[in-house]
Design a binder for this molecule. Structure first.
Ligand SMILES: NC(=O)c1ccc[n+]([C@@H]2O[C@H](COP(=O)([O-])OP(=O)(O)OC[C@H]3O[C@@H](n4cnc5c(N)ncnc54)[C@H](OP(=O)(O)O)[C@@H]3O)[C@@H](O)[C@H]2O)c1
Length: 324
């Protein structure tokens, strides 16, 4: 089966490519950069590379028409320069374009090339309704009233989901990944969150009751392959088994990287530095259940809990066991 991956070089794209190649798929990897295309080719000589910008309609249609994949996977995001949570929508602007315009172009290309299935990266954690129980399933509502600085990003998430799921004649799947960690993400050696925690610049805000659902990029890759192979069209949460409040996971992450415990700061101070989005993520958001993905995609996370995953981040300052 031929699979076209847009966003093949990113934190999710890399492990996804590795898994697709080792499973024996015909893979088409898309990147904007001829150098990255060469690097992909050097690593996987059997992979076909195409150079195209996800916001260039003609280039996308040409690339998909030329390669005629059966399945298209949309993993294009642009979050490497994420500076914090205060200017959320501004930082997500390009990602939002990739989730709207980029999705439109890929869908148009998919139709033109006769693709059977499209799988798009979505998100499921801060964007679930912030009322009711701590863990949300795909049947629960997305937040109708997110903080004002997150509204454009929320609209883009809704857009990609509705377009992919509503695509006539194409099986649409939206994978609501949890908060990513592992190589290439901000929770990895040298990653932005890890470095902020090391500098004690990532405190627990207020009661720290915001519930985070984590997903290791390796598990996100395996869930994506599962969704290529099976599962009815629809949305699936992809995260680990242990949604946890900030007050629980943040001190554990600090410990795992050998940092001092995070400070605790009041909400007013958190708002000053991280804005309403930061306060919401620290105090109010709900986590996600992965039961549907397990049940219907036949998927199991290798990193069943972030407790284990954080200890396996292979960080330079990770405390070593004492031998005495
Ligand atoms: N996914 C989320 O919702 C989320 C949320 C918050 C934080 N993060 C963090 O964000 C970081 C990942 O950063 P990132 O989003 O820059 O991802 P990345 O891991 O660098 O991957 C981005 C992918 O999208 C592709 N891409 C970007 N713009 C494109 C365009 N205009 N046309 C075609 N392809 C395009 C890139 O391809 P080329 O460069 O090869 O063209 C690359 O393959 C991690 O630290 C993660 O933890 C992610």
């Amino acid at each position: 089966m031929k699979v076209f991956v847009a966003g093949a070089t990113g934190a999710v794209g890399k492990p996804l490519l590795a898994r697709l190649v080792s499973t024996g798929y015909d893979v088409v990897a898309m990147t904007r950069s001829p150098d990255k295309a060469q690097a992909v080719h050097d690593l996987y000589p059997g992979v076909v590379t195409v150079v195209a910008d996800g916001l260039d309609r003609k280039a996308i249609i040409d690339a998909v028409m030329r390669t005629r994949p059966e399945v298209i996977v949309h993993q294009m995001t642009a979050l490497a320069k994420l500076t914090g949570l205060k200017h959320f929508d501004d930082d997500f602007e390009l990602t939002n374009q990739l989730r709207t315009t980029g999705t439109d172009y890929l869908l148009e290309a998919a139709r033109a090339a006769g693709a059977r299935r499209i799988i798009a990266q979505s998100y499921g954690n801060w964007n679930y309704e912030r009322v009711g129980g701590p863990i949300k399933t795909e049947d629960d509502a997305l937040d109708a009233n997110p903080p004002s600085s997150m509204r454009r990003t929320m609209a883009a998430i809704r857009y990609v989901e509705s377009k992919v799921l509503g695509a006539a004649g194409i099986e649409g799947v939206a994978l609501r990944y949890g908060s990513l960690y592992g190589p290439g993400t901000s929770i990895a050696a040298g990653g932005a969150i890890v470095e902020a925690i090391r500098k004690r610049q990532f405190p627990v805000v207020g009661n720290g009751a915001g519930v985070w659902s984590f997903a290791h990029v390796a598990d996100v890759a395996s869930a994506t392959v599962a969704a290529i192979e099976r599962g009815a069209p629809g949305v699936y949460n992809v995260c680990d088994d242990e949604p946890a409040p900030v007050s629980v996971w943040l001190p554990e992450l600090a410990r795992a990287i050998g940092a001092k415990p995070p400070w605790r700061v009041p909400v007013w101070l958190g708002r000053l530095f991280a804005g309403e989005a930061g306060v919401s993520m620290m105090t109010r958001i709900r986590g996600a259940s992965n039961a549907k993905a397990k049940r219907e995609l036949g998927w199991q996370p290798e990193y069943a809990t972030w407790r284990d995953g954080f200890l396996r981040l292979e960080l330079p300052l990770q405390p070593q066991p004492q031998l005495v």
